[in-house]
Design a protein around this ligand. Structure first.
Ligand code: GLC
Length: 645
């Protein structure tokens, strides 16, 4: 049961799509009003678990942490870093009487969850205008499902977006990209898409293509598609402030950009140099920006990633003087935007001027919405779209990736921890930069990371310019990489089916073990094993040098060992066991009474036959969602029941 409590005049973020009954006095929190703020407190019992908060550093259980919803481009993802790229203000307090709470405000929000042993949840919204939604239900899982139903169906990309993608900031022309495709093919490794980072553009300007590097993008996209590989270009939030640039000229003519205190267009430096930010809160601006993707869709392109939409600001005319040394001319320079930047430009929302700072967290999500709505008009089929910045509600328009991580074991672990928390907030289509964005990926780390990414909807190897090249074909003993990529494709009938079913039924695709085994006190505390869909449990190896790992089984299961060639099954009892997992192999578990369909090997999703499956596990039947992989008409009727013979 959901109840809405309204404080002041909340900004309509459109995060919640359901009709929710209004309540008067919220029984869950002690509420205090400050000047320009609202604070909420509730006590926590010793054994309560707190879930949620989407993209935040830390565990699945948020206890002990301080988290700040304030979309931030900061690549130092260290423990305790308060803000990441997205703001997902939903949490569930799983205690004697579990409940969920969504603090719906695009303003900055601080969450302290048993921080420094306070024994309470403390939430401080930097706004007096907040819509608080509370959710009551039998269990944390039931509460999450009600919340997912209330915020609307998650974005569903096409089947090819569940294939493997290769990316690198630094691929600059057709030749680089063709080489990647050739080398993957030569290594016998499947591939579905290659991302095009900012170097494809003319001096980093959105909606332009560098003609020297890509003389005929349509022909090139067609050539690649003929090989089963899609191109996925990046689109950044800022439009270069340069007379003569078509997008800039249109934006100025129509008055579509955000303005500063003096009523002039706000100027902030990002990759292209000085840019203006489209005022994505205005429907007409969204429609204009979304329609600009025609430049690419006309070339046969069906997938995009939106970036720098926190918005990331390297410096502005307000902060330039305050920065020492480097500026945007240096490609490695990443300044943190100063709060004064976010307090120095405005949006026009419903005819009123609104300070960016007050609605900051909803900016990026509105860019995703613009792109999605534009692409829905431009294409008659599903498309891939994922973004960096987000707010709850944006999950209906696109997926997200978790930004600029590092080639570190902790970040592989963080990827595991992020997935269920993101799912609770609607972001089903997500994943991390496999192998790590910055730093130096070792062969072992990349293999272990791939062995986990096999289960994340977005499975993309992405890496930063100047860092070690980390395409899978660059390392020795290629068969180990081949094996893990092959596993992804063999699991596609299951991954795709479970993902779409989860989206259609307001469910999570990746869950904490606790949601499957709420009565099992030990399972409730496990954070490094996840449920993937309804049948599968994964226990990734997360340590350097490990030969395998200890796995806890809350019930007897079917252990499946993927050797690179075959699936070897073994019935294993409940309890703890050490499982050896050599590099390049994978071990996962099928829950009792469940089945898991696996398909045949293929080199890209275009070759995949989702209907030709073998069933593993000891269950009786499996409900498989199946369609052509591109139809917009994603309906529960597309389910067929498979029975074990
Ligand atoms: C940002 C993105 C990263 C991208 C880079 C260059 O740092 O997060 O993925 O490669 O910009 O566009």
């Amino acid at each position: 049961m959901l109840t809405k409590y309204t404080f002041g005049t909340p900004f309509d973020t459109q995060a919640v799509t359901a009709q929710v009954r209004e309540g008067e006095n919220c029984p869950f929190f002690e509420i205090s009003r400050g000047e320009g703020s609202l604070s909420f407190r509730c006590p926590l019992a010793e054994r309560d678990i707190v879930y949620g908060l989407g993209e935040t550093m830390g565990g699945i259980n948020k206890r002990g942490g301080r988290y700040v919803s304030f979309n931030t481009d900061n690549m130092r993802h260290v423990t305790g870093m308060p803000s990441m790229y997205g703001s997902h203000n939903f949490l569930v307090i799983d205690g004697a009487k579990p409940f969920g709470a969504f603090f719906d405000t695009p303003a900055r929000v601080v969450f302290e969850v048993d921080f420094e042993g306070s024994g309470q949840v403390y939430v401080r919204c930097e706004s007096e205008d907040v819509a608080l939604y509370t959710v009551e239900g039998e269990s944390a899982y039931a509460i999450v499902r009600q919340f997912l139903a209330a915020i609307g169906r998650s974005f569903i990309p096409p089947l090819w977006a569940f294939g493997f993608g290769q990316s690198r900031w630094g691929y600059k022309d057709e030749r680089d990209i063709r080489t990647v495709a050739d080398r993957y093919a030569a290594a016998g490794m499947p591939l579905d898409y290659i991302c095009m980072d900012i170097d494809y553009m003319e001096r980093y300007k959105d909606f332009t293509v560098n003609k020297k590097r890509f003389p005929d993008l349509s022909a090139f996209a067609a050539e690649m598609k003929g090989r089963g590989i899609r191109l996925v270009p990046i689109v950044d939030a800022g439009i270069k402030a340069e007379p003569g640039d078509e997008t800039y000229e249109e934006g100025v003519r129509e008055d579509y950009f955000c303005k500063n205190l003096e009523g002039k267009y706000f100027r902030a430096a990002v990759w292209p140099g000085m840019t203006h930010f489209p005022d994505f809160f205005r429907p007409e601006v969204r429609a204009w920006f979304g329609a600009k993707y025609k430049v690419y869709t006309d070339c046969g392109i069906e997938g995009f990633w939106n970036d720098m939409n926190e918005p990331s600001i390297f410096f502005s005319e307000y902060t330039r003087g305050k920065l020492r040394g480097r500026n945007c001319g240096d490609p490695l320079y990443r300044g943190n935007a100063f709060l004064s930047d976010y307090k120095s430009f405005y949006h026009t929302i419903g005819g009123k001027e609104v300070l960016h700072y007050d609605v900051h967290n909803a900016f990026g999500g509105n860019m995703t919405r613009a792109s999605c709505e534009g692409l829905e008009k431009l294409l008659d089929k599903r498309f891939l779209l994922f973004s960096r910045a987000s707010y709850i509600g944006a999950h209906r328009y696109g997926g997200i990736w978790t930004g600029d991580n590092t080639s570190k074991w902790e970040h592989l672990r963080q990827n595991v921890l992020h997935m269920p928390s993101l799912n609770m907030c609607g972001f089903l289509y997500s994943g991390a930069d496999t192998g790590g964005f910055s730093g130096r990926a070792t062969r072992e780390l990349l293999l272990r990371w791939l062995a986990f990414s096999v289960y994340t909807p977005l499975m993309r190897n992405h890496c930063m310019k100047y860092m070690r090249r980390q395409e899978c074909y660059r390392f020795g003993k290629k068969e180990e990489f081949r094996s893990l990529l092959a596993l992804r494709y063999r699991l596609l009938p299951y991954i795709y089916s479970e993902f779409v079913k989860a989206a259609l039924s307001s469910d999570m695709y990746m869950k904490p073990l606790a949601f499957g085994y709420p009565q099992d006190e030990r399972a409730r505390r496990i954070e490094d094993q996840l449920l993937v869909g309804d049948s599968l449990m994964v226990a990734p190896v997360l340590e350097k040098g490990a030969k395998g790992r200890t796995v806890y089984l809350p019930e007897a299961m079917t252990q499946v060992r993927w050797t690179g060639e075959t699936f070897k099954t073994l019935s294993v009892p409940a309890g703890e066991r050490f499982v050896e997992v050599p590099l390049g192999e994978a071990v996962f578990f099928i829950r009792r009474g469940r089945l898991l369909p696996v398909g045949g090997a293929c080199m890209h999703t275009g070759e995949a036959d989702l209907s030709a499956v073998t069933l593993l596990g000891d269950g009786e039947e499996y409900a498989q969602y199946i369609d052509d992989g591109t139809t917009r008409d994603v309906r529960a009727e597309n389910i067929r029941i498979l029975k074990r013979r």
